[in-house]
Design a protein around this ligand. Structure first.
Ligand code: ADP
Length: 475
């Protein structure tokens, strides 16, 4: 088995969200289990430091041929290949700026997908299975079954497609058809067409041999109108190949005992002292009152309607007048950023908002907070709550998707992402925090489980074998 992972972001090269954590960690976990595995991801600005040139390609795109360099960098026991085409990827951001997507995203990710397939030939990788992630890689399973089906370097390769977020569908006007490299027949309601548009996500969902979402609960949810986002029918029709595999955590990258961003790294044994030091540093850094006993609630998230930040601000407010503190780190939707800024200004010394992507501050928040607030409206898996628990910070979240699968029995769940429900889950957490011994026990319980990638990697290896078995062997 030779596995090619395809993802539009991956730690340590690039990151906007949880996909990058998964795409960076899974190849290493698979390699540790003896699989031959590599990862393809774009070479964004500044992301390819230390990578060396492995191949030069010409990549077909909409009747033209564009040049491309493939760079190689080590990734644990796996190889990472970075697709380098500066006109598409050497930009200030990954997908867009100022709340607007880049206008040529259809071209950028069609190019990326084709470059991966062309690179397999140039590098003689002989893959037996592709694992493509999210809409940016959705064309890969579709190209394998159509344009590349007789291409000797990838013929007979199976594909697994993981949807990390159904809300991002890679929808483009019909004029994008030629850009995709797919034949006209692929743009049927059974294929990559979606109500007169082209959907890169649907291309992946329709053509891959095996589909996965990132938690068992969400695999059920996406078959319903509430969560399927228009694709629930397709998901139901493919239910026989749809699986839910819970994400792991990169236990080296997220380890409070080895985290250099913390003033005093800690493990479960000395969590009280380590967390107190982080809390003091966090309060100082963000201009909050120095209050060791205040109930400190933190959030680290993209500012998107999905994440319920509007709900968080309203639900946390009553606690602040009772002496609690709230810190929020995240950027995104300008309207939510504005609301968060106004909230922090209205609660100076008790609430702080930081609007940027900042890995170090995120780590200090995970460690220095008592509770981690994550009132997502939907959550395919969610990493924030897993990181929080590893750092001994108890999640207050909503019973949905991966949160429902991972938060109990350690954290607190609201039945819905609504202000009264979330406020009452927060109040319950605050009451529990008021009993230090029981709280410390609960914190220890949250830190104890091994949340590493072992079980997920084993499950994916099974699914790769299943996908391979579904593809007829080439002559
Ligand atoms: P999603 O993938 O939907 O954004 P997840 O909870 O699965 O949500 O993963 C989010 C990841 O991104 C976590 O590792 C979180 O710490 C990180 N993150 C989100 N926003 C920021 C930010 N502003 N600064 C640093 N890290 C962030």
């Amino acid at each position: 088995m030779t596995v090619v992972q395809v993802a539009s972001e991956a730690v340590p090269f690039s990151k906007t969200g949880g996909l990058a954590d998964v795409a960076g960690a899974l190849p290493k976990a698979l390699a540790a289990r003896g699989a031959k595995v590599c990862l393809f991801t774009p070479a964004y600005r500044g992301s390819a430091k230390g990578a060396v040139e492995a191949a030069k390609l010409r990549v077909p795109l909409a009747g033209a041929e564009l040049s491309c360099r493939v760079l190689r960098a080590p990734l644990g026991g796996a190889d990472a290949y970075l697709i380098d085409h500066p006109a598409f990827f050497d930009r200030p951001a990954l997908y867009g700026e100022g709340g607007k997507d880049y206008a040529d995203n259809a071209e950028r990710y069609a190019f990326f997908s084709r470059a991966v397939l062309e690179a397999c030939r140039a590098l003689k990788l002989a893959p037996t299975v592709f694992h493509a992630h999210d809409w940016q890689a959705g064309l890969v399973p579709a190209l394998l079954k159509t344009t590349y089906k007789d291409e000797p370097s990838v013929r007979g390769a199976a594909s697994v497609f993981t949807v990390h977020n159904m809300g991002y569908q890679g929808l483009f006007p019909n004029s994008a058809q030629p850009v995709t490299g797919l034949p006209p027949a692929a743009f049927s309601p059974e294929g990559a067409e979606y109500w007169g548009k082209v959907s890169y996500l649907k291309a992946g969902l329709a053509y891959a041999d095996v589909l996965t979402t990132v938690s068992p609960t969400h695999a059920r949810e996406v078959q319903t109108p509430e969560y399927g986002r228009g694709f629930e029918g397709l998901m139901r029709s493919r239910a026989d190949v749809l699986h839910g595999v819970l994400n792991g955590l990169d236990s080296e990258a997220w380890d409070p005992a080895r985290d250099r961003s913390l003033p005093r790294p800690y493990s479960a044994k000395n969590a009280a002292a380590g967390k107190a030091a982080a809390k003091a540093a966090l309060q100082k850094a963000l201009g909050l009152g120095a209050a060791p006993d205040a109930f400190l609630v933190g959030s680290v998230t993209r500012l998107d309607a999905q994440k319920g930040v509007d709900v968080a601000l309203k639900a946390v407010e009553p606690l602040l007048s009772a002496g609690a503190q709230y810190v929020l780190l995240g950027s995104g939707d300008p309207a939510l950023e504005k609301a968060a800024k106004a909230f922090a200004a209205g609660h100076a010394g008790r609430a702080a908002y930081t609007s940027r992507f900042d890995d170090e501050l995120a780590r200090l928040i995970y460690a220095g907070s008592d509770a981690f607030l994550m009132p997502s409206r939907y959550e395919p898996c969610g990493l924030g709550q897993l990181i929080a628990m590893r750092y001994g910070t108890l999640p207050v979240a909503v019973r949905t998707g991966g949160l429902a699968d991972t938060v109990p029995p350690h954290g607190f769940l609201a039945p819905a992402a609504e202000v009264p429900a979330v406020a009452s889950a927060l109040a319950e957490a605050a009451r529990a925090f008021g009993e230090p011994r029981a709280w410390a026990k609960r914190r220890e319980g949250a830190m104890a489980p091994d949340r590493g990638w072992g079980p997920a990697a084993a499950k994916y290896l099974e699914l790769y074998a299943l996908a391979e078995a579904r593809v007829p062997r080439p002559r």
